[in-house]
Ligand binder design. Structure first.
Ligand code: CO8
Length: 258
């Protein structure tokens, strides 16, 4: 297995558990973390035995943002020439399901990475915010777009303009997180949820993910057409035959991913 410095990767059955591991910097995201995440996500996506991935951090911080110390001295030309942090698209291009299990701080880039996930499962200790304005900058990893899609203009604007953090309950009410669980239960709940997803027909999981994401990328009529085409397409799969036969025969489906 690849030797990672800033993340921990563990396979638990069909679930990949990926833990951000820079405790000295509250899991701040630097170029090394991004490079390792790209490798780990690509390995997950191409491993047929892995069916769901959980991205998590520590009790204190999912991630306290992009690494300010790495960015501090850079100028426009440095950022633009290196397309700094442009590689995150390689994480969001992951086709198979993955979600974020967030405890503690998810700030700036940390909040943005959590929002890249298919959904967020939050501990009651989770705190979300886009405090970049306090550093004289803005979100830069999709936060202004994804946060606004998730919580609407009023709350997104208030959070971006003031840097105010919101707690897990407020985040759930606002639609930012799927579910809040007690902090002590976060990992158990995340594994249970991941195992549920891992137990589903793999092609259907990818198709469900693609069509829900389409709702953010295209208009309603186009999205509905896309959904119908994918739905039709699954009738060319063995797992559709198996899933429907299993229902009629009152037994669990036995998936091949074909
Ligand atoms: N970057 C680098 N180091 C950090 C970061 C960070 N984002 N956050 C925390 N650390 C470090 C601290 O410097 C400290 O290190 P040291 O012990 O060497 O001084 C260590 O982690 C522990 O942090 P604190 O002592 O500050 O811990 P506290 O419990 O007192 O405070 C907070 C916790 C409130 C989370 C505080 O650390 C904080 O405010 N952190 C910064 C939060 C922030 O501003 N995040 C946004 C960063 S900018 C960003 O994410 C932009 C993303 C877009 C990039 C796109 C590029 C194209």
């Amino acid at each position: 297995m690849t030797d990672y410095q800033t993340i921990l990767v563990e396979q638990r059955g069909a679930v990949t558990l990926l833990t951000l591991n820079r405790p000295q910097a509250l899991n701040a995201l630097n170029s090394e973390v991004l490079k390792e995440l790209i490798t780990a996500f690509a390995a997950y996506d191409s491993d047929e035995g892995q069916r769901c991935l959980v991205l998590t951090g520590s009790e204190k911080a999912f991630a306290a943002g992009a690494d300010i110390k790495e960015m501090q001295a850079q100028g426009f030309a440095d950022m633009y020439a290196s397309n700094f942090f442009g590689g995150w698209e390689r994480v969001t291009d992951t086709r198979k399901p993955w979600f974020a299990a967030v405890a503690g701080y998810a700030l700036g880039g940390g909040c943005e990475v959590a929002m890249m996930a298919d959904f967020i499962l939050a501990a009651d200790t989770a705190r979300f915010g886009q405090p970049e304005i306090k550093l004289g900058v803005t979100p830069g990893m999709g936060g202004s777009q994804r946060l606004t899609h998730a919580v609407g203009k009023a709350k997104a604007m208030e959070m971006c303009l003031t840097g105010r953090m919101i707690g897990a309950e407020e985040a759930e009410r606002a639609g930012l997180v799927a579910r809040v669980v007690p902090a002590a239960e976060l990992l158990n709940e995340a594994m249970k949820t991941a195992e549920t997803i891992a137990g589903m027909a793999p092609l259907a999981a990818i198709a469900n993910k693609e069509m829900v994401n389409a709702a953010f990328e295209q208009g309603l009529a186009q999205g509905i057409r896309f959904e119908r085409r994918l739905f039709h397409g699954l009738f060319g799969s063995e797992d559709q035959k198996e899933g429907m036969a299993a229902f009629v025969e009152k037994r669990p489906g036995n998936w091949t991913g074909r």
